[in-house]
Design a protein around this ligand. Structure first.
Ligand SMILES: C[S@@+](CC[C@H](N)C(=O)[O-])C[C@H]1O[C@@H](n2cnc3c(N)ncnc32)[C@H](O)[C@@H]1O
Length: 369
């Protein structure tokens, strides 16, 4: 017998990235700000549809969502799930004015509880939030759409998961998104500044470009992965980003300060010398056939391929959210009485709480030890 499901208010798509529901507009445009009655949501259409489907499975639910951003998903959940209680939290200290206004207008203050300035990595803060806003009530659904980083995600998981109802669900969003390269780089070791290579992040989208600008570091493994993606785009002239990436590359390598861009220059030189490098063909072609090109000049100016520092040791599980997924899968296999179901797809990891009694000493590692 399937559980009763809520009938959410009708949703109308008003554009490829915009919809309305119950008199409130939403747009998936991360660079924009929310406005009164119009919320920016960090989910594309297919994810919005899946999200609604998920939050409406349990009537009268107690829901926790980490990651408020501009308020879009909190408002959407409040509208479609009509929860008994929705607790939303974000590390940013400034309240989202439009969300506050929405809650006031609809008189939802006791239902939609907002907590700003809460770091999901801070176990004591997360536990206090649950104590204050939910108390002993079992939680039906958790959506972690916050840091997307291993340690903080694990910390809040270990505090919140034991408080789920048996059969309750815990979702970790965006665990293998394209931006992972950027996150991974940030978490390793700093080297070149983001400004030096940010333009090359164009095929990753504007958000990742900004992350690169802020966070790029000289980690070889991450740069290798990044270079491979750039090379992929360069190799296929039909790729929509081909012209931009090529222009970016030319501009960076051609910049008078090219030697000031050791990461880019070293990548180009290594690609030139190493036939197994995914960018080898395109760089060779430019050097052989377009010797005046900026890429060729950068390669020919200094034949040394190796300006990059030696790779830092990267314990994969320690730095990546996919590593956490592996641990959770192992835990599910070892202890289905704790994690009854495990599903992972490109959107999120989804875990269902088993019937084992858990207390505040719960840890993912102890499940497989
Ligand atoms: C992807 S956005 C959330 C999007 C929102 N759920 C939506 O769908 O519209 C991620 C949010 O998580 C917050 N965040 C990042 N690190 C965090 C942390 N350690 N603890 C709590 N929130 C964090 C960011 O400030 C940001 O607002």
């Amino acid at each position: 017998m399937s559980a009763p499901r809520l009938e959410p208010p009708a949703l109308q798509w008003t554009g490829p990235d915009a919809f309305e529901i119950d008199g409130v507009a939403f747009v998936h445009a991360l660079a924009q700000q929310s406005k009164p009655g119009r919320f920016v949501i960090a989910k594309p259409r297919q994810l919005v549809e899946r999200y609604i489907d998920t939050v409406t499975t349990v009537p009268d639910a107690t829901i926790v969502e980490l990651g408020i951003f501009r308020g879009g998903s909190a408002v959407l959940t409040a509208l479609v799930a009509r929860p008994r209680r929705l607790v939303v939290a974000d590390v940013r200290a400034e309240p989202v004015i439009e969300l506050e206004q929405f809650v006031a207008d609809r008189q939802l203050d006791t239902v939609v509880r907002r907590r700003y300035g809460l770091d999901q990595a801070d176990r004591a803060q997360v536990a206090a939030l649950l104590d204050e806003e939910i108390g002993e009530a079992p939680i039906d659904l958790v959506i972690d759409d916050a840091s997307h980083r291993y340690e903080p995600t694990l910390a809040s998981f270990e505090v919140i998961f034991p408080r789920l109802a048996v059969g309750g669900r815990y979702l970790i969003e965006d665990w293998r998104s394209r931006a992972k390269v950027a996150y991974r780089i940030r978490e390793v070791r700093r080297g070149a500044t983001g400004d030096e290579v940010a333009p090359l992040a164009s095929p990753l989208g504007e958000e990742s470009r900004q992350q690169f600008r802020r966070n790029i570091v000289s980690n070889r493994a991450a740069l290798d992965a990044f270079a491979a993606r750039i090379a992929e785009v360069l190799r296929s002239p039909a790729h929509p980003d081909h012209a931009t990436v090529r222009a970016d590359l030319e501009q960076i390598a051609g910049n008078e300060a090219a030697p000031e861009h050791p990461v880019v220059a070293a990548l180009l030189r290594r690609a030139h010398q190493d036939p197994s490098d995914p960018a080898h063909d395109v760089v060779r072609h430019l050097v052989d056939h377009e010797p005046d090109s900026a890429v060729a000049s950068a390669v020919l100016a200094d034949p040394s391929p190796d300006l990059l520092p030696p790779p830092a040791p990267v314990p994969a599980v320690e730095v990546s959210l996919p590593g956490l997924a592996v641990e959770l899968l192992r835990a599910h296999t070892a202890r289905p009485d704790v994690i009854a179901e495990f599903r992972a797809d490109p959107d999120w990891i989804e875990l269902t709480r088993g019937s084992a009694l858990l207390d505040e000493s719960f840890s993912v590692r102890s499940l497989t030890a």
